[in-house]
Design a protein around this ligand. Structure first.
Ligand code: G6P
Length: 387
């Protein structure tokens, strides 16, 4: 156990710190220089490029079918559902394909309209979540194409789907998912970029700029970790006794806010909710008062940044303890937020890969301060194989 933890007190912390490497592994062999233009980049995702077995698909690959699909439907549970929400944003933004994101447990128990022109994408770390597996089986019965974005090689979902790609994030032991989450986000980003070029909606220059940003990301995270870790340890001490916490984020960061809240709930047993920033006005504003921690993602890339900024001042006026995650050079929150976490710059669609990390560390250190059983929180299982 101690050897496997490689000196870390918990698997979760080890897995958080593993992310620069797990992300490198997820990209390895998939983003590479073009032969005809050595300064340019290309993405190939082996598991999605080969001809599908079903004869009626006439030798087409999953990429061919996804590129011409009228919509993609993502099914997942828990943290994987959050990476699905990020993927929706990225696929619609970059590849211009409509995407629906469903809780697998809801999808399988209603009568969704699915047919042979639909593609169902299952996202699952374990590849064994019963509801996600059943959603796939139902989609197959309706002749849809199924694609798996899975970490565990040879798992049930990996075997059941028509095509798929592995995350190559390595084993994830901590019940609260961390490196599998970022692995899913990066895998789906590569799918979105691959589909964008296949559909001819992205120029080579723009693709190059995304590939360069992806390639630079692991080193960026690595050099940020030490300072970030020290800062989060300090912040966590203040929130040891909180009983409620709110997380807000807009656009691509709304799912990151949901994920931050889920992480905190899972391992520290503090009640937490995530919101799109503006929605707080429709209810949760009643909870904002003295000392309630409010974690606000306020990146300048956000089209609603000015509104978010105004809202943060409002939270401050109500004496909430505001923790702002923002861009490296941004001083807009000095003297307003209780803590400002500065995130290294990248492209908008890659920001969740950066912003999620301080939230993972925050939940880890708060849970540690509270003496919780971090790797095995009460009542939760790493993989929910019961229905
Ligand atoms: C459980 C785990 C979560 C995970 C969810 C979905 O609830 O505790 O961490 O996100 O299942 O699991 P999957 O393996 O399908 O991603």
């Amino acid at each position: 156990d101690q050897i496997e933890k490689a000196g870390y007190p918990h698997f979760m912390l080890k897995e958080i710190f593993d992310q620069p490497n797990s992300l490198r592994n997820g990209m390895r062999g998939r983003i590479y220089n073009r032969q005809d233009k050595p300064d340019s980049w290309q993405i190939k995702l082996g598991g999605l490029e080969k001809a599908l077995e079903a004869p009626e698909r006439e030798g087409k690959s999953a990429i061919d079918i996804m590129a011409s699909a009228r919509r993609l439907i993502i099914c997942a549970c828990g943290t994987s559902w959050h990476s699905g929400l990020i993927a929706k944003y990225v696929l619609e933004n970059l590849a211009k394909i409509p995407v629906e994101v469903e809780y697998a447990s809801e999808f399988r128990y209603r009568n969704p309209v699915i047919g042979k022109d639909d593609v169902i994408i299952a996202i699952s770390q374990s590849g064994e979540t019963a509801d996600t597996l059943e959603a796939i089986k139902m989609a197959k019965k309706n002749n849809a194409i199924t694609v798996g974005i899975v970490n565990v090689v040879g798992s049930s979902i990996a075997r059941e789907t028509d095509a798929g790609i592995y995350l190559h994030a390595g084993p994830e032991i901590g019940v609260a998912s961390t490196k599998a989450f970022t692995g899913q986000v990066i895998a789906l980003l590569m799918v979105a970029l691959r589909l964008a070029t296949e559909r001819g909606v992205m120029s080579d220059e723009v693709l190059d700029s995304y590939c360069e940003a992806l390639n630079a990301l692991p080193d960026k995270l690595e050099s940020w970790f030490k300072d970030l870790n020290d800062q989060i340890k300090v912040i966590s001490k203040y929130f040891r006794l909180a009983s409620n916490a709110l997380f807000s984020g807009c656009g691509i960061h709304f799912p990151v806010a949901l994920e931050g809240a889920l992480k905190l709930k899972e391992i520290s047993y503090i009640h937490a909710e995530g919101f799109p920033a503006a929605e707080i006005r429709h209810g949760a504003l009643t909870l904002i008062r003295n000392f309630v921690p409010v974690v606000c993602i306020a990146m300048k890339s956000d089209p609603a940044y000015e509104q978010v900024k105004a809202q943060i001042s409002e939270f401050r006026a109500k004496d909430a303890a505001v923790i702002v995650l923002t861009d490296q050079e941004n001083n807009d929150f000095n003297g307003i937020a209780s803590f400002v976490i500065r995130c290294p710059a990248t492209k908008l669609e890659l920001e969740p890969l950066i912003v999620a990390i301080p939230l993972q560390l925050l939940s880890y250190y708060i849970a540690d301060e509270r003496g919780c059983s971090i790797d095995q929180p009460r009542n939760l299982a790493k993989s929910v194989t019961v229905e």
